[in-house]
Design a protein around this ligand. Structure first.
Ligand SMILES: C[S@@+](CC[C@H](N)C(=O)[O-])C[C@H]1O[C@@H](n2cnc3c(N)ncnc32)[C@H](O)[C@@H]1O
Length: 344
């Protein structure tokens, strides 16, 4: 007699001792992602057991990031500034000395989030009448809404544009050229990308001779991680884990959150470890795919790669970029890297 398959309930496989549970992503999950994005998630699961972190900022993920930022990153009475804001402030003189000769610049904030880290920087450029437009680009429509609301409140007179885009898959749209560009990529986002080389190449291919790419990242050795989760690795990863369990339909008792050093990517990662055999069944706009995940398997949902300086310079050179200036914070844990198109 044929077995009746019930979703989200234990079903017996051929081996009667091993149960396979079926998870079906919710309708809300499918409302957040395009068909191409669902296909990329499936591909990442099949080829490297990962749900790319960039997708964790979409849908409910926008609220998760915004709340994490407000609670743990934004300046408070007991925490007057943030690493990003301090680094931008400390590098302002260098940046300004290089744009003095041009009339006005476009600030293009890629992965803008809520735009908060760029606020003081934009205010200074504005006082000096050096800013033409502020352009927020982000994979997350929800965060672009937050960015617009914030920025237009702070700077009602500065021209503001935003656009959804994925810097891992495309360059900065050409229509934002014209004035020299200051491209910001803040919040140590560089170290979160799966394909940093492609991101750097996309930045390089978006830049002209007088443009600057300014990004922050953690520096140091990933493998020397002390095993203690802090900041995004602790709080953001925990919320992403909760959200993925809900949207994909995993039972809490069937999985756990594991953080560790991953040799293959030389990164600290947060993984969902499966305590049961599972099938994740994707069914959307003609996509009909079941991913089998066996008990004990882990799926990466968060990652961060720290740079060691020689490796950073090597990756930049490989993408046709030159590190023209950098500073670190007082603990030497974070770098602000300022890059231009390489001469050769
Ligand atoms: C770690 S947050 C940093 C936000 C902000 N720059 C800050 O410093 O607070 C990463 C931001 O980059 C966006 N993001 C992540 N991957 C992206 C990608 N591939 N393309 C465009 N935006 C991306 C996220 O939606 C989020 O707004």
């Amino acid at each position: 007699m044929a077995k009746k398959f019930l979703s989200n309930s234990p079903i017996l496989s051929n081996n009667s001792t091993s149960h396979i549970r079926v998870a079906k992503p919710s309708s809300e999950f499918y409302s957040v992602f395009s068909k191409a994005e669902v296909l990329e998630i499936i591909h990442a699961l099949e080829t490297r057991w990962e749900i790319p972190l960039k997708y964790a900022y979409k849908g409910q993920g926008a609220k998760i990031w915004h709340e994490f930022y407000q609670k743990f990153v934004s300046p408070k009475w007991y925490r007057k500034s943030s690493v990003e804001i301090d680094l931008l402030r400390n590098n302002f003189a260098y940046i300004y000395s290089n744009i003095q000769k041009c009339e006005q610049v476009n600030v293009i904030d890629v992965g803008a989030g809520n735009s908060y880290p760029a606020k003081d920087f934009v205010a200074k450029l504005n006082q000096l009448n050096k800013i033409n437009k502020y352009i927020a680009l982000d994979i997350s429509e929800g965060l672009l809404t937050v960015s617009r609301k914030n920025f237009t409140t702070w700077f009602p007179k500065i021209d503001y544009i935003n656009q959804q885009m994925d810097i891992e898959n495309s360059c900065i749209p050409a229509n934002f050229s014209g004035n020299p560009k200051i491209i910001l990529h803040l919040g140590v986002t560089m170290g979160n990308h799966h394909n940093r080389n492609q991101v750097l190449k996309n930045f390089r291919n978006s830049m002209d001779e007088n443009d600057f790419l300014i990004f922050t990242n953690e520096i140091g050795s990933n493998s020397q991680w002390d095993g203690i989760a802090r900041g995004g690795c602790k709080y953001h990863a925990k919320e992403i884990y909760r959200s993925i369990k809900n949207s994909i339909g995993l039972k809490s008792q069937d999985c756990q959150l594991v953080r560790k050093y991953d040799l293959a990517t030389d990164s600290v990662v947060a993984n969902i470890k499966f305590l049961h055999n599972y099938n994740i069944d994707f069914s959307f706009q003609g996509i009909d795919k079941s991913i089998e995940i066996s008990k004990g398997k882990e799926i990466t949902i968060w990652r961060h790669h720290k740079y060691e300086m020689p490796k950073l310079i090597q990756e930049l050179e490989g993408a046709g970029l030159e590190l023209v200036h950098y500073t670190t914070n007082k603990y030497s844990s974070h770098i602000m890297a300022i890059c231009q198109v390489a001469n050769n």
